[in-house]
Design a protein around this ligand. Structure first.
Ligand SMILES: Cc1cc2nc3c(=O)[nH]c(=O)nc-3n(C[C@H](O)[C@H](O)[C@H](O)COP(=O)(O)OP(=O)(O)OC[C@H]3O[C@@H](n4cnc5c(N)ncnc54)[C@H](O)[C@@H]3O)c2cc1C
Length: 550
């Protein structure tokens, strides 16, 4: 571990890893049983919608500062021992599978690959890659003529990045790209898939690094070390992979927050007299409740956050909260995530390690010599058999062909790219006519790629195929897919160009905030969870400095 942080310093800020049991079980049941609870009629300091990456960090930070917090999540309070299995099919309970409609010229399928539900949010079943954004991501419009400029700079997030990296904690080699930095935990040993990446990179002179992954290398507090069984996306059964369920929720409960599971928020209330957010309506077991609060934070992720704000329209805000200038739901982004598999004569067994292994950010920055703006990163991905079947069948293999490729699984290695698709106004969430089981209009998500997006996909595919061939692949197979969702309630300098200001306050409504991935104006080629958590930690600092609403 580096000298930058000691465990004692992390523990003084966030004791979660030490609040977990160390008797071979994974959940501190006493902490949940004895958590402080509030009545709906109690006016708490803050109600937070969503206990995912953004909502959990904010809950933990503000509970520590003595705020009275209720955090509502539509999904369950997971218990890794009881609810999760080392089984791709069994993990389907983790995904947000409520109905949503999709459209546009490149519709984005929504489901297991996009969002989670329940306490811990999507990070419960995320892959665990946690790179930072680069400083350039905060000013792509000024520097490259595309995308958008953030109202804050990278420098304003640096300390929060360091804090969250120490709390997850992150393991990886020294990072040469963006703002060069090191990690508190040394990189993990790589498996067969990682070795292929490193071999191909060396042969081509491409820089690659092991990490950065939110899995401690060794024990951390009472969290077990990683057992390299490869089921990170199915919910880590041993509590090695970080998610807010184990990295921030225990400390939040220990400091008096109430995290209320299975509560679907259907409306944000705004007092027409004061124009202040005053609480939320939520549904539990089909029964409507009202939680009063002095302020409201929405952290339901990029589709559900704009949807809830659209559903909360009032006479004063007839098009939805934060939508007085027709910005809500717009500039929603996915990353183009083509995936290339290569066949090797020897056995690779790509499942035998966490899927996050090796990364290259050599192609991340804008290169004026290229026909496209901005760039992409490349990482190992390790599809398990069902996801592998999806990869192979997406290539048109079926019947005997498909069976042969499935039984050949152990010979394949896989790389995935993250291409920086641009924020475009027409890529947007609106409300559909169709209703969900609560009778609420579902989200319609329209997505169309621009020419720059398509050029990036092609370039990333070329690099991945070259890497695998240079590592000795006899055959390569690429499919096109998407990853991650960010934007939809973006941060901006003015209400005419976004939904929240630099301190996450929704334009046009007092005491209403957004604290999740929807606020990102651009996405770089980095996986988003670390940035979402760092932004929430920064927001908590601002809110604590301003003090609680009277
Ligand atoms: C398969 C997969 C792999 C991924 N891999 C990576 C990775 O390797 N690295 C990375 O950085 N990112 C990864 N991600 C993305 C990452 O998990 C998300 O970007 C991040 O968790 C989003 O944070 P958030 O706070 O915006 O939302 P979430 O973490 O999704 O939290 C939102 C929460 O809000 C709740 N909610 C929504 N609507 C309501 C409502 N109306 N009422 C009450 N509760 C509500 C949901 O139940 C959910 O718990 C991955 C995602 C997936 C699906």
């Amino acid at each position: 571990m580096s000298t930058r942080y000691s465990y004692a310093k992390v523990r003084r800020r966030n004791e979660s890893a030490w609040l977990l049991p160390n008797d071979g079980t994974r959940t501190n049941h006493a902490l949940r049983r004895d958590m402080r609870t509030y009545a709906d009629g109690d006016e708490v300091d803050l109600v937070i919608v969503g206990a995912g990456a953004g909502g959990s960090v904010l809950t933990q930070r503000l509970a520590r500062a003595g705020w009275r917090i209720v955090c509502l999540d539509a999904g369950p309070f997971w218990d890794p021992d009881k609810d999760w299995s080392s089984d791709e099919r069994g993990a389907h309970v983790l995904y947000w599978t409520e109905p949503r409609l999709i459209g546009g010229s490149d519709p984005v399928p929504l489901g297991s690959n996009n969002s989670g539900r329940g306490v811990g949010g999507s990070m419960v079943h995320y892959a665990g890659y946690v790179p930072r954004l680069h400083p350039s991501d905060f000013a792509t419009y000024t520097n490259n003529g595309v995308g958008a400029d953030w109202p804050i700079s990278y420098g304003e997030l640096r300390t929060s990045y360091e804090d969250i990296e120490a709390e997850l904690p992150v393991a990886g080699q020294d990072w040469p790209w963006g703002d060069p930095h090191s990690y508190d935990h040394h990189a993990h040993p790589v498996g067969g898939n990682g070795e292929v990446f490193l071999r191909g990179a060396k042969a081509l002179g491409v820089q690659a690094r092991v990490g950065p992954v939110a899995i401690p290398n060794g024990r951390f507090g009472n969290r077990s070390h990683c057992i390299y069984r490869g089921f990170c996306l199915q919910g880590c059964k041993v509590n090695a992979k970080a998610s807010p369920l184990i990295t921030h929720v225990p400390d939040a409960l220990a400091h008096g927050a109430e995290i209320r599971a299975n509560c679907h928020v259907s409306r944000i209330h705004v007092d027409p007299r004061t124009n202040r957010a005053t609480g939320v309506t939520y549904l539990r077991d089909g029964v409507e409740h009202l939680q009063r609060a002095k302020a409201v934070v929405v952290a339901g992720y990029s589709i559900e956050t704009p949807r809830l704000m659209l559903l909360s329209a009032t006479d004063a805000h007839p098009d939805g909260l934060g939508n007085d200038h027709d910005q809500l739901g717009r500039y929603l982004m996915v990353q183009g995530a083509p995936q290339t598999a290569g066949r090797f004569a020897e056995e690779i067994r790509m499942f035998k390690a966490p899927p996050p292994e090796v990364t290259s950010e050599q192609f991340y920055e804008d290169d004026p010599g290229k026909p496209y703006r901005r760039g992409f990163s490349i990482q190992n991905v390790s599809p398990l058999p069902i996801t592998w079947a999806e990869h192979v069948s997406a290539q048109g293999h079926w019947g005997k062909d498909l069976r042969e490729l499935m039984s050949d699984y152990v010979h394949w290695a896989t790389l995935g790219a993250l291409c920086e698709f641009l924020p475009l106004p027409q890529n947007r969430v609106t409300l559909a006519e169709e209703k969900d089981r609560h009778g609420l209009p579902v989200a319609h998500f329209s997505y169309s790629q621009c020419d720059n997006d398509k050029l990036l996909l092609k370039a990333a595919q070329g690099v991945m195929e070259d890497l695998l061939k240079a590592a000795g692949a006899e055959q390569v197979m690429t499919i096109t897919r998407n990853a991650h969702l960010v934007g939809g309630a973006r941060m901006a300098r003015t209400a005419e160009s976004g939904v929240v200001d630099s301190e996450h306050r929704v334009f046009g409504v007092d005491r209403l905030y957004v604290a999740d991935g929807s606020v990102l104006p651009t996405q770089g080629s980095a996986n988003p969870a670390l940035t979402i958590m760092a932004l929430a930690a920064r927001l908590a600092d601002k809110m604590i400095a301003h003090g609680r609403a009277a």
